[in-house]
Write a protein that binds this ligand. Structure first.
Ligand code: GUN
Ligand code: FE
Length: 402
């Protein structure tokens, strides 16, 4: 099989603190895998198909590690609420619509189209409590060639009558979803307890059993707001903190990724757990500005060696595009720096979170480097200036290999 050579201004991460920009560089690709990256033309490129992207940026596709697929039509609605009102007044009624399979197909088809157009190829997705809609989403992701972890959302208390499962139902449906969707190379199941307040201990322990039995990871919301952390503690008085609920109920026993959204108020317990289980904290600056009270201490946590990725958290956030989340992570961190003295997030840091850290739970994605998949974006580089124009979203071409 012949190789392809792409030429353009390559942007990738050199380290957490530094971008690498290779002007008019070459990326050599065979079967979707990068076989060489070079600043210079090499003789052996002669026989390869040449694709000219000079005057454009070539960068790795983004990873969105926290997004609620059924909330896609809801973005921008209820932005003036705090978390609990937003959930009860807007979000639960919206998610309940996914009982209807036709509705699910319509929304999920548009969502997948937009993920690809916006350059987010690697995803961790919440769903709803509806088995058929969850399977529809998983099948559509597989068909599109996207990379994803997704699971049936678990809720067996503190939820409205029209949108809740019994403990037994929730566990039965979860296991059925796991068994149906295990074994695919790109789209994989993950345990998805909505958050501690909507899950009983019995349900959490049941999910802990699946973590071990099927060797799965987990996604959840963790110390998301002061009210949420306090409510979790009240409901689980035997545990020291929100994070300990997941640990003690066995949800961290599998080898799959442990994805914790928000982590705005981590205690020493959360920090220990994140380290010990190689957890990823997902910074969703748009969402936590819109509906919650706080800004993740992203740099403080990064400097302690904790891994931070980015998430859109649509519909808490009103935008899907991770390139906008990168800009927002920088922007909001300056408020934290100004008022609390935390270090600001630089563009290179946020880019690393959105590509390398986010990509680390998938198979060799997130860098333009030999051995990585060439899941990449081609972006107009207005005047060939090698500037980060990707932040304003003029993505010209998406390179997603089947
Ligand atoms: N906590 C519980 N459910 C949700 C949700 O749907 N979105 C966000 N951002 N936080 C939550
Ligand atoms: Fe969320």
């Amino acid at each position: 099989m012949s190789e392809k050579i792409y030429q353009g201004n390559i942007i990738t991460s050199k380290s957490f603190d530094e971008l690498e920009i290779i002007e008019d560089g070459y990326v050599c690709v065979r079967d979707g895998i990068i076989t060489d990256v070079s600043k210079e033309w090499k003789k052996e490129y002669r026989d390869h198909e040449y694709i000219d992207h000079r005057g454009h940026l070539i960068l790795p596709a983004f990873s969105d590690l926290h997004m609620h697929a059924p909330q896609y039509p809801q973005r921008g609605i209820g932005m003036d609420c705090l978390l609990f009102d937003w959930l009860n007044d807007y979000t639960f009624p919206q998610e309940a619509n996914f009982k209807d399979e036709t509705y699910a197909k319509t929304v999920y088809a548009k969502l997948i189209r937009d993920f690809i157009a916006q350059g987010s190829f690697h995803l961790v997705l919440y769903t709803t409590i509806h088995m058929n809609a969850c399977n529809i989403l998983a099948d559509m992701l597989k068909e599109a060639g996207l990379y994803a972890y997704t699971g049936l959302t678990n809720m067996d208390r503190n939820s409205p009558d029209y949108y809740v499962d019994t403990t037994e139902e929730s566990l039965r449906k979860t296991e059925e979803f796991i068994l149906r969707n295990m074994g695919h190379d790109r789209v994989r199941p993950i345990l998805t307890p909505r958050f501690a307040p909507t899950c009983t201990k019995e349900l959490m322990e049941g999910l802990g059993g699946f973590a071990k039995k099927y060797d799965l990871g987990v996604q959840t919301h963790l110390v998301e707001s002061k009210a949420e952390a306090a409510w979790a503690k009240e409901l689980y008085p035997e545990f020291a903190s929100d994070g300990e609920i997941y640990e003690k109920c066995g949800l961290l026993q599998g080898s799959g990724p442990k994805i914790f959204a928000h982590v705005i108020f981590p205690t020493e317990v959360e920090e220990r757990i994140l380290k010990e289980y190689d957890g990823i904290s997902v910074h969703c600056p748009d969402s936590t500005s819109n509906i919650t009270a706080g800004i993740m201490p992203a740099m403080k946590m990064s400097r302690k060696g904790l891994k931070i990725a980015l998430g859109s958290d649509v519909g808490g956030a009103h935008f899907l595009a991770i390139y906008r989340t990168i800009a927002r992570a920088v922007q909001i961190s300056k408020m934290k720096e100004f008022y609390e003295g935390d270090e600001r997030v630089k563009l290179a840091n946020a880019f690393y979170m959105a590509t390398v850290n986010g990509g680390s739970i998938f198979d060799r994605v997130g860098k333009i480097e030999k051995g990585y998949r060439f899941n990449a974006l081609v972006v107009e580089d207005m005047l060939d200036e090698k500037l980060p124009h990707f932040l304003i979203g003029c993505i010209g071409k998406v390179l997603l290999h089947r």
